[in-house]
Design a protein around this ligand. Structure first.
Ligand code: SF4
Ligand code: SF4
Length: 413
């Protein structure tokens, strides 16, 4: 953002606008009336000065990553369980378990994005952390590149940690405020014994420049996340939220990972900055073939960035499929409710919101049968009795719901 003290000879947004033309720097755009209730100050709409190009005014100027196609799995998680014991009484005996993750299976191919969505407290972050072995796994298998992570020793895990990295939600607390950016980026490389330079992860524009120092590698990392080289001598507090998240991404990239777990990386940022970070992640995925597990509660992000989506409710995945399958033909009532709650700026496209009854139940008192039945408007008698098996609709699309196993004519609760 420009300082408020700056003076402008043209459009104030020109320096940040990817559609700016010479005229934008030379003259201030005047109001253009789109219709009686809608006006805009932008040269693109002033047809007398700058004829409108359909392509130029397209709001979705984002190059979509290639859609999902099942390739070799980089990450394959089967029946993952993470249960935390509840201690109570004088002797602190185990009186129960919080089943934060209860039988989750998912897979991601190289260069693809799986979005894990659901309400806060449903266990999404626990899935991400347990895959990276940051918290102990109770049961299940986590295969990364054919290697079983749950069976590795701490030394072996440390050795492989450069292959999978995590980007946290809060860029303010994820960077050490006492370290300059140079030290922050160097620390990760040194800790994991990463060579200063890896030809696979070089920017195309730098392929002919010899790399001889850590500083050059750090300059390159900063360039990859669209920050100037001099940023390396500054401290985290000197940057905005979006810039800090770019630094966090550069730190993750510094060890040349194959998989990035992105835990709500844009939810603490302004909307305009969110778009920049998503574009950056999309560009890095195309350049380096990174795989993303993208943890989010924002369905719009899913639509933009993901190839596949898994919907999580109370520690279990209730529906998964390609983005097209799940967003266009959601089967599970919970997914349908989440999608109906997405706001749209076009009132004609606004569908009626499906209201979810009550709050998300506690993970240590999960309901009997289908976990969603106390809040489900389509619940049947059988839904209280046992958890529904998986019903598949295609090679990639499946859900757990009795609506697709039994006739809907069953007695409604
Ligand atoms: S295209 Fe419109 S918004 Fe962009 S710089 Fe030009 S006048 Fe400003
Ligand atoms: S199994 Fe029953 S309660 Fe669960 S989502 Fe389906 S209809 Fe609703």
């Amino acid at each position: 953002m420009c300082p408020l003290s700056q003076s402008f000879s043209g459009c104030r947004f020109a320096e940040r606008c990817d559609k700016a033309v010479t005229l934008c720097y030379e003259s201030v755009p005047s109001w253009v009336e789109i219709n009686t209730d809608h006006s805009v100050k932008c040269h693109l709409f002033n047809q007398l000065q700058h004829p409108v190009s359909e392509q130029a005014v397209s709001v979705a100027q984002i190059t979509q990553p290639p859609r999902y196609s099942p390739l070799d799995k980089l990450l394959d998680v089967q029946n993952l369980k993470v249960h935390f014991p509840i201690h109570s009484g004088l002797l602190k005996q185990v009186s129960g378990y919080v089943k934060a993750v209860d039988g989750v299976s998912l897979s991601i191919s190289s260069g693809k994005t799986l979005a894990l969505v659901g309400e806060s407290g449903c266990g999404k972050t626990t899935v991400g952390k347990s895959i990276l072995q940051l918290i102990p796994v109770t049961a299940g298998s986590i295969q990364f590149n054919g290697m079983e992570l749950t069976k590795l020793s701490p030394q072996e895990l440390r050795k492989g940690r450069s292959d999978y990295q995590i980007i946290f939600q809060d860029p303010y607390s994820s960077l050490n405020p006492k370290m300059r950016i140079f030290e922050i980026l160097k620390e990760g490389m040194d800790a994991l014994g990463i060579d200063k330079y890896d030809t696979v992860h070089r920017s195309e524009s730098l392929t002919n420049i010899p790399i001889s120092s850590t500083e050059a590698r750090i300059d390159e990392l900063l360039q990859q996340v669209n920050l100037p080289a001099e940023a390396k001598w500054r401290y985290p507090h000197e940057f905005s939220g979006g810039q800090r998240q770019r630094i966090a991404i550069a730190r993750a990239l510094s060890v040349n990972p194959k998989l990035l777990i992105c835990d709500e990386p844009t939810s603490a940022l302004d909307v305009s900055v969110q778009a920049q970070i998503l574009n950056l992640l999309s560009k890095l995925q195309r350049n380096f073939g990174l795989a993303y597990l993208f943890i989010t509660h924002n369905i719009s992000v899913v639509e933009y960035l993901a190839d596949e989506v898994a919907v999580m409710y109370l520690g279990r995945i209730v529906e998964k499929g390609t983005v097209t399958e799940v967003l266009n033909d959601a089967k599970h009532p919970y997914t349908q409710a989440l999608l109906s709650a997405v706001p749209t700026i076009n009132p004609q496209l606004d569908e009626e919101e499906i209201e979810l009854k009550g709050e998300l139940p506690s993970l240590n008192h999960t309901p009997s049968g289908c976990y969603f039945h106390p809040r489900c408007s389509k619940a049947m008698a059988i839904c209280q009795q046992s958890y529904p098996e998986m019903t598949t609709f295609s090679e990639t699309h499946s859900t757990h719901c009795y609506l697709y196993e039994h006739p809907v004519s069953k007695a409604v609760i």
